[in-house]
Design a protein around this ligand. Structure first.
Ligand SMILES: [Zn+2]
Length: 473
């Protein structure tokens, strides 16, 4: 099967041009200029239209590498309930939004082998995904046994391990445990990902608020202060410096935390940071309005509106490298309302895997980002950082044909009535955005076209990833 995508603007992180893209089977085999800009460049007329099975006319549209969302939680058990999207519904929704790879988080039960957790998550995803996927491993207790398992995991393509300074008694690792895990990655080439919020201090404030009768979702936001995120970002960067390894900060939410990243990097620390669309497009104001605010409860929490500008600037300057969603959806009815009367019991997490490219494209529309930078933070950087850089994140010969034909002018309204995520509300209900994914190919197969799903569960494969810890950032 040969597919020619003609007349579009091919956008890669390092530049864009009007070009045709030829796909054979699952792979991009040629990218040629539709018109040779200089005599040295090859026009693609070598590809006679008769030699292809299918032509997609991408005139007036962008041809970009499929999005890579390195932070999702499909069917994650949390506080007695489970996030609503399965690997089937969640990856289908991702595809509608132009994302063709996710990296989800497999979880360890404290005291049990990492392997047991990985196998549980592998079984959940196997045969269900519409798009390619990989796993990070969440390490809830660092021991001689789990450290030894990390080496094996790296060899198998699960090269990244998430640790927490939050959730004492459940997931929190102390400084010694974090340092031990980091030192291990110095040897095995893996990479430590950190949820950096001071969970011990946050619990004190959250309990004080709740015991004083301040139980609305708003107090979730007030209890988890930006300074308590910044303090942990600082601490884990210092630990990584001690271990002489890179560290990756997940879901960085505040200006305060970003300042610590910038300062660390100025010292020479190898720190990489990810933010999420919700921290750019929503604010702590959304946590107001009584219990409705539960729809916006996630950790770290939404911040005051004036943090957004700093985060956009951080993305533009490469102080922030990646945008993941932290997609972890819970229905408002029946799940979020477990915390009615006590914000501490609201399951933490927001839906978002479908909207990431479109929300970030508003940064292009508004002049915060170039279109190339948008591609970089939505796809290319994650591929490079997470060990998929030889196969994904670039439109070039030899790469997987994970391709999105994106209409930069199409306006549409985000709503629970039209989204494909299995959750009963949208954080962006009624918001109009400019730009949308028209055609989505996953390894050469059209899986979304004209708003219709043409993929199938199981077409997406588990993709082992290379260890990149030794060659970052
Ligand atoms: Zn997460």
């Amino acid at each position: 099967m040969r597919t020619l995508i003609s007349n579009g603007i091919v956008v890669n992180a390092d530049g864009s041009c009007r070009a045709d893209v030829l796909v054979e089977g699952e792979t991009i085999v040629a990218v040629g200029l539709a018109e040779a800009a200089t005599p040295a460049q090859q026009p693609l007329q070598v590809l006679a239209p008769g030699a292809v099975d299918r032509v997609i006319d991408a005139r007036g549209r962008l041809v970009i590498p499929g999005g890579i969302d390195p932070h999702t939680h499909m069917e994650l058990p949390v506080a007695g309930t489970v996030s609503r999207d399965t690997f089937e519904t969640g990856t289908r929704a991702a595809a509608f939004g132009g994302t063709t790879t996710i990296i989800d988080f497999a979880g360890q039960t404290r005291g049990r082998p990492l392997r047991e957790g990985l196998e549980t998550w592998m079984a959940r995803a196997e045969g269900r995904c519409a798009i390619d996927y990989g796993f990070h491993m969440m390490v809830n207790d660092v021991s001689d046994a789990t450290l030894a398992e990390m080496d094996t995991f790296v060899a198998e393509g699960i090269t990244t391990f998430k640790l927490f300074t939050a959730y004492p008694g459940v997931q929190l690792s102390d400084d010694g445990a974090i340092l031990r895990a980091m030192l291990r990655t110095a040897d095995n080439g893996g990479l430590i990902l950190m949820h950096a919020e001071n969970g011990v201090a946050i619990d004190v404030l959250a309990n004080a608020n709740a015991e004083a009768g301040r139980t609305d979702p708003w107090y979730h936001g007030l209890s988890r202060q930006p300074g308590l995120e910044a303090e942990c970002v600082h601490r884990v960067i210092r630990l990584a410096e001690a271990a002489e390894v890179p560290v990756y900060i997940v879901h960085l939410s505040s200006r305060d935390a970003l300042e610590e990243v910038v300062r660390g990097r100025q010292r020479g620390a190898q720190v990489i940071a990810e933010t999420c669309p919700q921290y750019l497009a929503l604010s702590i104001d959304d946590l107001g309005n009584g219990f409705e605010g539960a729809k916006f409860v996630c950790s770290p929490p939404l911040r005051p509106r004036d943090h957004q500008e700093a985060l956009w600037q951080g993305l533009a300057n490469d102080d922030l490298q990646v945008v993941g969603t932290d997609h972890c959806p819970f229905d408002f009815a029946g799940q979020k309302d477990l915390g009615r009367g006590d914000f501490r019991k609201i399951p933490n997490g927001l839906p978002g895997v479908e909207e990431r490219l479109d929300l970030l494209f508003q940064g292009v529309v508004q002049g915060h980002l170039s279109v190339e930078r948008w591609v970089e933070i939505c796809s290319t950087a994650a591929a490079r950082i997470f060990g998929l850089g030889d196969t994904k994140g670039v439109i070039a010969p030899g790469y997987d044909a994970d391709i999105v034909i994106y209409d930069p002018g199409r306006r549409h309204v985000l709503s629970a009535a039209t989204h494909h995520m299995a959750v009963d509300y949208s954080c962006y209900e009624g918001r109009e955005v400019q730009g949308g994914s028209d055609v989505v190919l996953s390894r050469g197969q059209i899986i979304v076209e004209d708003g219709k799903y043409l993929g199938r569960p199981g077409a997406g494969h588990f993709r082992p990833r290379q260890a990149t810890g030794a060659r970052l950032p």
